[in-house]
Ligand binder design. Structure first.
Ligand SMILES: Cc1ncc(COP(=O)(O)O)c(C=O)c1O
Length: 417
């Protein structure tokens, strides 16, 4: 349990059941981090990282690469700092990056974007997501996400004061339950957040699923916010940006970032694109979250977005290979393995091993076999946590030799439980 004694002293901590939580409590509650007493609960990611360190385990719980991105970007950032590019960037983002984002959307998806009016650069996708939800939703509204969901959505929906509704992604391919989607929609649904490709489930949403989202958003007057940070990390299936579908553009804010594509998660350069009226609305919130950031990194990311097709193919090919290396160990361990179509995460089911509590297993795994993973229920509300109680997520954005080692360790699991 984290201690926030100062909050007790200042009487800023309100009991979680009063319905009158302060902003930080609503945020923590939305991310499943509020204890019943109104304090901060355990952060499972930190707990698993600590257990991994204690047992010298390979940490496949953490979803970031252990190798740097292309030299072209790294050298550009160094040069930009050395040449004095160290003050505020324009609030919309530097012109060369906005132009590169527009060119990228046109080159890969045939989407014509005006770099002056229809693009804003953000501090990672995280800020663009936060600013979008805060811009469009508030108390009395509902924001819908698929479940499991990336934790920042729950946190910001909580902060906004809106109600967080969810629709399950269903095994084995983890596409959305479209009937449940229709039932979950109402006139109160202000925003639908579509994380495609999906973390943690590794799904690439089908055209049919995306079309239904657009149709229902139109019917109920909702805005769609997409999170496409894994757009280039797809394997067998092509990523379809939702904004390219008929009827979608005028109600969609599309979000992506440099972190995953170029293995520079620490740079926190992201962006949103969409019709001017939506982009302006989001920027009016974003302006007072960070105003701007990452000046020396923005032109470097612009260079990355212009890299040739070979680069883009190679990142997906290399990850596909890593996915397969890890899968050998996961299968040998006795898990049911859900092969991801995208992202750098593989989800497995521990039930074939007779284990139904993935959270308990995640706590034991570092000591048992020297590998750490994250239980899927932490990305869910209560019902979703029950539905996914035996699922675990392993990251494979690590060096091949690390994954080979992890696979060998995992293969011994059957004999150790
Ligand atoms: C689905 C999803 N969205 C957003 C992010 C964060 O993106 P950024 O680092 O650009 O803020 C992550 C990072 O793990 C993610 O998995």
């Amino acid at each position: 349990m984290w201690r926030f004694d100062i909050l007790d002293d200042m009487e800023l901590k309100r009991p979680a059941d009063t319905g009158q939580l302060s902003g930080w409590q609503r945020t923590a509650q939305g991310a499943n981090l509020l204890s019943p007493e109104g304090g901060l609960g355990t952060v499972i990611f930190e707990e698993i990282t600590a257990l991994a360190a204690q047992h010298g385990a390979i940490n496949l719980g953490q979803g970031y690469p252990d190798e740097d991105g292309p030299d072209l970007l790294l050298n550009s950032a160094r040069e930009n700092i050395a040449s004095g590019m160290n003050q505020y960037a324009p609030g919309r983002g530097m012109p060369q990056l906005r132009e590169a984002i527009a060119a990228h959307q046109s080159r890969f998806y045939g989407l014509p974007i005006d770099p002056e009016r229809e693009v804003t650069v953000s501090t990672g996708a995280t800020e663009a997501i936060a600013a979008s939800i805060l811009a469009f939703a508030g108390p009395g509204d509902e924001v819908l996400t698929f479940e499991p969901f990336y934790d920042s959505y729950g946190a910001i929906i909580g902060l906004s004061g809106a109600r967080h509704t969810t629709v399950p992604l269903v095994a084995p391919d983890f596409q959305p339950d479209l009937d449940a989607l229709e039932s979950a929609m109402s006139d109160r649904t202000r925003v639908i957040v579509v994380n495609n490709p999906h973390n943690p489930m590794g799904t690439v949403f089908s055209r049919e699923s995306l079309e239904r989202v657009v149709e229902l958003a139109e019917r109920f007057g909702a805005i769609i916010v997409t999170d496409e940070v894994y757009e280039h990390l797809t394997f067998e299936q092509q990523h379809i940006p939702l904004a390219t579908l008929p009827g979608a553009w005028e109600r969609t804010v599309s979000i992506s970032s440099a972190g995953k594509t170029f293995s520079v998660t620490g740079w926190k350069v992201g962006w949103l694109t969409g019709p001017q009226v939506l982009v302006d609305a989001v920027r009016s919130v974003k302006s007072f979250l960070s105003y701007s950031s990452g000046t020396p990194f923005q032109p470097a990311v612009a260079l990355g977005l212009g890299m040739d097709d070979e680069f883009y193919h190679s990142i997906a090919d290399s990850l596909r290979h890593k996915r397969d290396v890890l899968a050998v160990g996961l299968r040998a361990a006795g898990f049911e393995v859900y092969t991801p179509q995208a992202t750098y995460f593989t989800v497995v089911d521990a039930e074939p091993l007779g284990i139904t509590d993935a959270t308990a297993l995640a706590r034991r795994l570092p000591e048992l076999v020297g590998v750490a993973a994250i239980p899927i229920p932490v990305f869910c509300h209560e019902d979703g946590a029950r539905r996914t109680r035996s699922l675990l997520r392993f990251a494979f954005c690590k060096k091949e030799e690390v994954l080979t080692d992890a696979a060998q360790r995992l293969a011994t699991l059957r004999d150790r439980i």
